[in-house]
Design a protein around this ligand. Structure first.
Ligand SMILES: NC(=O)c1ccc[n+]([C@@H]2O[C@H](COP(=O)([O-])OP(=O)(O)OC[C@H]3O[C@@H](n4cnc5c(N)ncnc54)[C@H](OP(=O)(O)O)[C@@H]3O)[C@@H](O)[C@H]2O)c1
Length: 254
């Protein structure tokens, strides 16, 4: 396992937070976990304390989608750890709906949560990042293969990934690595409750995503700048846009 890091984890109160945090604590990382919801942050603090592990995690209530909140969180992490080695930006949101039934404010909300939040958090951490620093974001294959009625989500994640790839070129000469993980449907307790009909074999275990987070924040990924790693499991998007299966597909051969 690579050397322990000191990092800011934004949006740690979400579904992927617990598994990602555990994977980083196993490496011995020192983490500052942020979220806006005090109760969920307290729960996360309790579960990470119970996990133990060689690392340590502190929590901070902050809205890191706002410049003042993000700057406060980054400064707090840097002063607590004597510098900052990375950002894991878990903040994100999801909604679907056909164009004519989707108010423009829903588009603005998703752009803010999925794209602009990353800009704000990154601007806040960059001044504190040490050489070899790691920035990790979360995308979706829908950004490249968008399905009907998912235009706001797909466009907001496409903006995130295009921005990340451009920014990665800007910061690489400072030895900073920006990369992303592309996800389909992650198996979490919340997902299981909301979508009991989904075949578990088609979802991605949160632990596997967490391992990719640990990889992208460790020195094993030192050669990577602006990459998008797919951790998509066996989930398959099907779409009329893709033209459906080829003729004869799925029929037994004679
Ligand atoms: N889970 C999946 O299946 C999946 C699939 C594809 C991509 N992803 C992406 O992977 C990342 C992590 O996923 P996740 O499932 O952990 O996400 P999540 O549970 O939906 O949300 C993560 C956190 O984002 C924060 N957040 C959401 N909207 C916000 C807003 N408008 N302003 C500020 N904070 C906001 C919330 O923190 P507060 O406590 O502050 O509200 C929430 O805890 C996200 O970017 C997500 O889009 C996830």
């Amino acid at each position: 396992m690579s050397a322990p890091r000191s990092m800011l984890v934004t949006g740690a109160t979400g579904r992927l937070g617990p598994a990602s945090v555990r994977a980083l604590l196993e490496r011995g990382d020192r983490l500052l976990l942020t979220g806006r919801n005090e109760a969920r942050l307290a729960e996360l603090a309790e579960s990470t304390a119970a996990f133990g592990g060689p690392g340590e995690a502190a929590v901070l209530v902050a809205d890191t989608t706002r410049p003042d909140g993000a700057q406060h969180a980054a400064a707090e992490a840097a002063s607590r750890f004597g510098g900052l080695d990375g950002l894991v930006h878990l903040v994100g949101s999801f909604s679907v709906g056909p164009l004519m039934l989707t108010d423009v404010s829903s588009y603005e909300d998703l752009l803010r949560a999925n794209f602009l939040s990353a800009v704000v958090a990154t601007q806040a951490v960059l001044p504190h990042l040490t050489e070899g620093g790691k920035l990790v974001y979360f995308g979706t294959p829908l950004a490249d293969e968008p399905l009907a009625a998912m235009s706001s989500y797909a466009a907001s994640k496409a903006a995130l990934i295009t921005w990340m790839r451009s920014m990665a070129h800007e910061v690489k000469n400072r030895g900073i690595h920006a990369n992303a993980i592309s996800l389909t449907l992650v198996e979490t307790p919340e997902m299981r409750k909301e979508m009991p009909h989904v075949d578990p074999a088609l979802t991605v275990d949160a632990e596997l995503v967490a391992r990719a987070v640990r990889f992208l924040t460790g020195e094993d990924s030192d050669g990577m700048y602006g990459s998008v790693i797919p951790v998509v499991g066996k989930f398959g998007f099907s779409s009329a846009l893709a033209g459906g299966p080829p003729p004869g597909a799925g029929r037994p051969s004679r």
